[in-house]
Design a protein around this ligand. Structure first.
Ligand code: LP5
Ligand code: MN
Length: 239
C-alpha cells in the first residue's frame, strides 16, 4: 500500500506537458495499491463541475483506469480549484476531503491541508478568500454561464499575478503561529500552496511542503509514505 501526496499541479490546456506528467504519475502508481491524495490546486482555475473539454476528458479517462485498478483518489480544494466538487470526482469514485483533514498512518498523526489558510499574514488574500468562498456567492456563480466564469477566473488570475509582485516573500509564506497551532496533537503537517518544497522541523514534528508543477521545471516534489510510515520525499520527473 502506498500513500501518495501531491499538490499544485495547476493543470490547464495551456500546459500539456504538466498533464502528461500527471498521466505518467497515474501510470507509474497504477499497480502499487495507491491512495492518491491531491492537496489542492490540481487545476489552474476550476470554474465548475459542468465544465467539459477534450483535455479534461483524457485526464478523467486515466483516473477511471487508475480507480478500476484498485487505487483511490482523494482531493482537497486549493485556492484555484475551490469550486471542484463531488460531481466531478464521482466519475472516478474520487473522494472530496474537508479543507483540513487528519489521518493516521502506522500510528502517526498526519494533518493535510492546501496551505493557504496558514498564510495569515497575507491579509489581502484572506479578505478575498472570505468573499469568494461565501457559499451563497459560489452557488450564484455556478448558475452563471461558463463563459462568464471563465472571464472571471482569468481576471482573478491576472490580478493575483499582479498583486503577488507587490507582496513580500515573508507575507506570502506560512505564519509560524498558524503552523504551531496546526501541528497541535499531530506528528506531521503536509501542505502545498507556497511553492517552496521543503521539510521543516518544528519542535519534534515535521512540516512537509509539497512542490508545485511548472512548465519551466522538469521535476516536482511529491511525498510517498508506505504502510509502515516510511516516508520518501521524491523528485517526480516531468518528461
Ligand atoms: O494562486 P496564486 O498562487 O497566483 O496566488 C494565491 C492567491 N490568489 C488567489 C487567486 C487565484 O489565483 C485565482 C482563482 C481562480 C479561481 C476561479 C474561480 C471561478 C469562479 C467560479 C466559481 C463557481 O487565490 C494570492 C496570494 C498567493 O496565493 C500567495 O498566498 O497572495 O492572493 C491574491 O492575489 C489576492 C489578492 O491580493 C486580492 C485579489 C482581489 C481580487 C479582486 C478581483 C478583481 C478582478 C476582477 C476581474 C473580473
Ligand atoms: Mn495554492
Amino acid at each position: 500500500m502506498t500513500y501518495l501526496f501531491i499538490s499544485d499541479l495547476h493543470l490547464s490546456p495551456e500546459h500539456p506537458r504538466l498533464i502528461r506528467g500527471f498521466l505518467d504519475l497515474l501510470q507509474h502508481y497504477q499497480h502499487k495499491n495507491t491512495h492518491l491524495y491531491i492537496l489542492g490546486d490540481w487545476f489552474n482555475a476550476w470554474i465548475g463541475d459542468d465544465y467539459t473539454a477534450p483535455w479534461l476528458d483524457e485526464i478523467v479517462e486515466a483516473l477511471k483506469k487508475f480507480d478500476a485498478a484498485g487505487n483511490r483518489i482523494y482531493f482537497q480544494v486549493g485556492n484555484r480549484d475551490f469550486a471542484l466538487g463531488q460531481d466531478f470526482l464521482e466519475q472516478f469514485h474520487g473522494i472530496l476531503l474537508p479543507e483540513i483533514y487528519t489521518m493516521e498512518i502506522a500510528g502517526r498523526h498526519y494533518r493535510l491541508e492546501h496551505g493557504d489558510a496558514l498564510c495569515t499574514d497575507d491579509i489581502a488574500y484572506q479578505r478575498f478568500k472570505k468573499i469568494i468562498r461565501n457559499p451563497y456567492l459560489v452557488a450564484f456563480l455556478k448558475k452563471t454561464p461558463l463563459s462568464f466564469r471563465q472571464k472571471l477566473a482569468n481576471g482573478f488570475r491576472k490580478k493575483s499575478r499582479e498583486d503577488k509582485h507587490q507582496k513580500s516573500y515573508e507575507i506570502m509564506d506560512v505564519n509560524h503561529q498558524a503552523v504551531i497551532k496546526a501541528l497541535e496533537h499531530m506528528d506531521y503537517l503536509i501542505h502545498g500552496h507556497t511553492h517552496r518544497p521543503a521539510i521543516h522541523h518544528e519542535q519534534n514534528k515535521l512540516r512537509i511542503v509539497l512542490g508545485d508543477w511548472r512548465e519551466q521545471s522538469s521535476e516536482a516534489m511529491i511525498l510517498e509514505v508506505d504502510e509502515h510510515g516510511q516516508q520518501q520525499f521524491i523528485k517526480w520527473q516531468i518528461a
